[in-house]
Design a protein around this ligand. Structure first.
Ligand SMILES: NC(=O)c1ccc[n+]([C@@H]2O[C@H](COP(=O)([O-])OP(=O)(O)OC[C@H]3O[C@@H](n4cnc5c(N)ncnc54)[C@H](OP(=O)(O)O)[C@@H]3O)[C@@H](O)[C@H]2O)c1
Length: 175
């Protein structure tokens, strides 16, 4: 943290961010800094995997930091394009719990249909899943993309907001 602060003081970087920290480690890291502060924490957060809501999201909202949500599309699962007979092949996702039979079946039967319904605003499931994250204050998702078409679609998640009713429906389906 001292070395990071030196980079800020020397104008090599403007800000300090960390990844996969929980509040106790974050508090400790922040205490090691004198003038600079940590501005962002990059942890996993998506409409399927919501463990960030237990500790780190309330922390960043209270302290005015930003939660950079990694794997915000649950590695593509929120699109509904994958299933037990159609898993991503030859890639790290093959062994991810998200793609295990019971999990992918449950996500596809209980959550994806609601995501698709909310996509009624002429949006796509990807845009709805990212917008659900943006509806939380202090959250910025960083979706991965394989091609420029996906980049454009993902960027289309930012300039609108779903209704509170839709947000609640999605959250309930995710619960
Ligand atoms: N800090 C950390 O520990 C950590 C850990 C993991 C990831 N990350 C970061 O988080 C970012 C994203 O994570 P991620 O790539 O694992 O997960 P993600 O954003 O949840 O999923 C990305 C995958 O979803 C599919 N996809 C993306 N846009 C799509 C679209 N518009 N339509 C249909 N499918 C789409 C693509 O795969 P297919 O087309 O092949 O399905 C893409 O590779 C990256 O910058 C990564 O470096 C950070």
């Amino acid at each position: 943290m001292k070395a990071m602060e030196k980079l800020v003081n020397d104008s090599v970087v403007r800000y300090i961010g960390v990844s996969n920290y929980l509040p106790p480690l974050l508090d400790y890291a922040r205490k090691c800094l004198s003038k600079a502060d940590i501005v962002s924490v990059q942890n996993r957060y998506n409409i399927v995997e919501r463990e960030a809501e237990k500790e780190i999201l309330p922390y960043v909202q209270r302290e005015g930091l930003t939660l950079i949500a990694w794997s915000p599309l649950a590695k593509g699962v929120v699109t509904g394009k994958y299933g037990p007979d159609n898993r991503p092949k030859a890639d790290l996702r093959a062994s991810d719990p998200l793609f295990m039979d019971d999990n992918i079946k449950e996500i596809n039967s209980k959550l994806v249909p609601v995501i698709k319904e909310v996509a009624k605003y002429n949006k796509t499931p990807v845009q709805v899943a990212l917008n659900w994250l943006i509806m939380h204050s202090n959250v910025v998702p960083i979706p991965g993309a394989k091609n420029s078409k996906q980049v454009e679609e993902n960027a289309g998640s930012a300039d609108w907001r779903m209704s509170e009713d839709d947000f609640t429906r999605l959250t309930k389906a995710s619960n």
